[in-house]
Ligand binder design. Sequence first.
Ligand code: CP
Length: 346
Amino acid sequence: MQIKSLRGKDFITISAFKKEEIEIILNTARRLKEERRMGVKHEHLQGKSLFIIFYNRSLRTRNSFECGIMQLGGHANYLDSDKVYTPAMEGDEAAYSTERVSDVANVLARYGEGIAIRIYGKPTNWVYGAGNRYIREFARCADIPVINMEDDVYHPCQGMADLLTMQEKLGSLEGKKVVISWAYSPSVEKPIAVPQSMALGTSLFGANIVLAHPKGFDLDEKIIAKARENIKNHGGSLEIVHDMAEAFKDADVVYPKAWPVLSCLPPFNNKVDFDTMKNMFDENKNWKTTNDLMKLANPNCLYMHCLPADRGLEVTDEVMDGPNSVIFDQAENRLHAQKAVMVLTM
Ligand code: CP
């Protein structure tokens, strides 16, 4: 199969790429990681700038992008969305406090070589899909690559780091039981992008995916349809269960975290209904990862979490800090995966 260069391509979702292209990114990440360990200096992005625009908080994403591009000889320009004329979609502009996305994208493209954006939840009034449309509008207008640092549908950089981590620990994912599970949090203001990107990534590599959540906590049906299409092309399976213990039995990977109830958000509902969502969350406080649950899984089962985690609520400290936990490897791999994305696209 002919693979074209990834130079100039936007990185908005894993599903925009062929499996072979995802493998190229993963191989590049592995090589950059190994060479960094060996003290090899990299200057692939010498003199290049990436604009990083954040509408939401971040520890891992911001710092791994800033350190990552510095390690490649380039520079990250941090734009606090409150401190610039906020980029606004056409029709949503307000005089002298916002600037149309197309104008911002065109200006930044005259200065640098990439734009990376994080936007989900409150900044888009919790309208599911609005953050993704915003990033796609940047990509439509800018003639430099646009990287999604997490929107309301996808978190592809986390997805790549998670694939890298699973492959490092398990080798091939073919035939491995990978559990993507909901977990309880007292906060309903959670994104859904991580489990959705995990489903899209692992379904390219032959995993037997078990999606576990209480009734009503379904992922976006379009994501499930895409994961099933991937499975048809690349092998594996996808099963949906509503019992955490059933899901954990004989698992090779468990990835439990909270996500919101999509049916309580526009456009699936006519308004944001956090009250109903909170009641649904509180009815499922027992969806918590404990050592007893981990004992149902394979002895070497990986416990994964993108972080930040709600310790003591989503998961006990014993599991987070236990021998099966790979949470800090995942966090580290954000750096290597994103460096690969930048080297190949910018
Ligand atoms: N996992 C992740 O995206 O972390 P941050 O929110 O800290 O960037």
